[in-house]
Design a protein around this ligand. Structure first.
Ligand SMILES: Nc1ncnc2c1ncn2[C@@H]1O[C@H](COP(=O)(O)OP(=O)(O)O)[C@@H](O)[C@H]1O
Ligand SMILES: [Mg+2]
Length: 288
C-alpha cells in the first residue's frame, strides 16, 4: 500500500471574472511509506493546489487520491495525516500550550497522552519558554514552529507539509530538517513542497518537479546527483614528486586511473564536480 497515491488529479479554478485557471493537469504520483518526498516547483506551479486536494480542502475537477489506502473524499484518512498549511493561522489570543491541547481534543486524543505529547512537542520545537504567551506576540518563525508542533502532536503516519522551511532562519531550517530525518528513521512518510532546492538535496529520497500544473520529472535524488556529474577534480603526485591538479572529463576517468598506475603517479584526491539540484531544477523549468 502506498502512503500517498494520486491518480490523474486535475484542478481548474473559476475566477471572479469567469476565467478558468488550469492549476493542475492530470497529476499521477505515488509515495511510499517511509519515504521523504520533495515536491519542487516555482511559485504558482500548483504545489499548494495539489496539497489542498490531498487534504480534502478543495475538490479536484477530476482524478482521485488516497492516503494510507483511504480515499481523501472520506473521513477515515484524517487521523493518519498531519498537515502544515503554507501560512498557518491560529487563534492568536491562545498560548502555544493551550492551542496544542485544543488541537489534541479535536483529534480526540486521550488526555494523559495529549498532556505528554504537548510537553514533548513544545520542547522539541523550542517553544517551551513561550508556551503561555499569546500567539499574537510570536515571531513568524515561532508561528511556523507551532504549526509543526501541531503536525507532530497526534503522531500520524503521513506528513504533508506546504513549504515547511519558509520563513525560518538557518537554525529553524536545520531543526525542521532534523525533524524530517527523524520521522524518516521512524518509518513515516513525509511529503513536502518547497521552492528551495537545497532543502531537497539534504533530506529527500525522491523529488518531483512540477511546473505550470504539470509533472515534469520524478526521480531519486541520488540519480539526479549522479547524472549531474560533469567530471572530476583530481590531484596527483608524479614519481618525481611533481604535484598536479587537473580536471578529468566524466568518461575519461577509467583511462586516467589506468594511465596513472602505468606512470607510477599516485592519485591523492578525486572529487566529482557536479550540477546540484538547483541547476537541474532550473534546466527542467527552462525547457518549458
Ligand atoms: N482560489 C484560486 N482561484 C483562482 N486561481 C487560483 C486559486 N488558487 C490558486 N490559483 C492559481 O492556481 C495556480 C497554482 O497555484 P498554487 O497551487 O497556489 O501554486 P504554488 O503553491 O505552486 O505556488 C496559480 O496560477 C494560482 O494563481
Ligand atoms: Mg504554494
Amino acid at each position: 500500500m502506498f502512503a500517498i497515491d494520486i491518480q490523474g488529479l486535475s484542478k481548474s479554478y473559476k475566477t471572479k471574472r469567469h476565467l478558468t485557471v488550469n492549476a493542475l493537469k492530470e497529476l499521477t504520483l505515488s509515495v511510499e511509506q517511509g519515504e521523504v518526498f520533495g515536491f519542487l516547483g516555482p511559485n504558482g506551479a500548483g504545489k499548494s493546489t495539489t496539497i489542498k486536494c490531498l487534504l480534502g480542502l478543495i475538490r479536484p475537477t477530476s482524478g482521485t487520491a488516497t492516503i494510507m489506502g483511504d480515499s481523501v473524499t472520506g473521513d477515515n484518512y484524517r487521523r493518519k495525516v498531519g498537515y502544515l498549511p503554507e501560512n498557518p493561522a491560529f487563534y492568536d489570543y491562545l498560548g502555544a500550550e493551550e492551542y496544542l491541547l485544543f488541537v489534541g481534543r479535536i483529534f480526540k486524543m486521550q488526555e494523559e497522552l495529549l498532556a505528554r505529547r504537548t510537553v514533548d512537542c513544545l520542547k522539541l520545537l523550542e517553544l517551551w519558554d513561550a508556551r503561555k504567551r499569546p500567539l499574537r506576540s510570536y515571531s513568524k518563525g515561532m508561528v511556523q514552529r507551532l504549526g509543526l508542533a501541531q503536525v507532530l502532536l497526534h503522531d500520524p503516519d503521513v506528513y504533508i507539509l506546504d513549504e515547511p522551511m519558509s520563513g525560518l532562519d538557518p537554525i529553524g531550517r536545520a531543526l525542521v530538517k532534523d525533524i524530517i530525518l527523524d520521522l524518516k528513521r521512524r518509518g513515516k512518510c513525509v511529503f513536502f513542497s518547497t521552492h528551495i532546492t537545497d532543502d531537497v538535496e539534504k533530506v529527500c529520497d525522491r523529488v518531483a518537479i512540477i511546473n505550470r500544473g504539470m509533472l515534469q520529472v520524478v526521480d531519486k535524488v541520488d540519480n539526479i546527483l549522479q547524472q549531474g556529474i560533469e567530471g572530476y577534480d583530481v590531484r596527483t603526485t608524479a614519481a618525481n614528486g611533481q604535484v598536479e591538479e587537473l580536471f578529468i572529463e566524466k568518461n575519461a576517468l577509467q583511462s586516467f586511473i589506468q594511465q596513472s598506475i602505468n606512470n607510477q603517479t599516485s592519485i591523492e584526491r578525486i572529487e566529482p564536480r557536479r550540477k546540484n539540484i538547483e541547476a537541474f531544477f532550473l534546466d527542467v523549468v527552462a525547457q518549458q
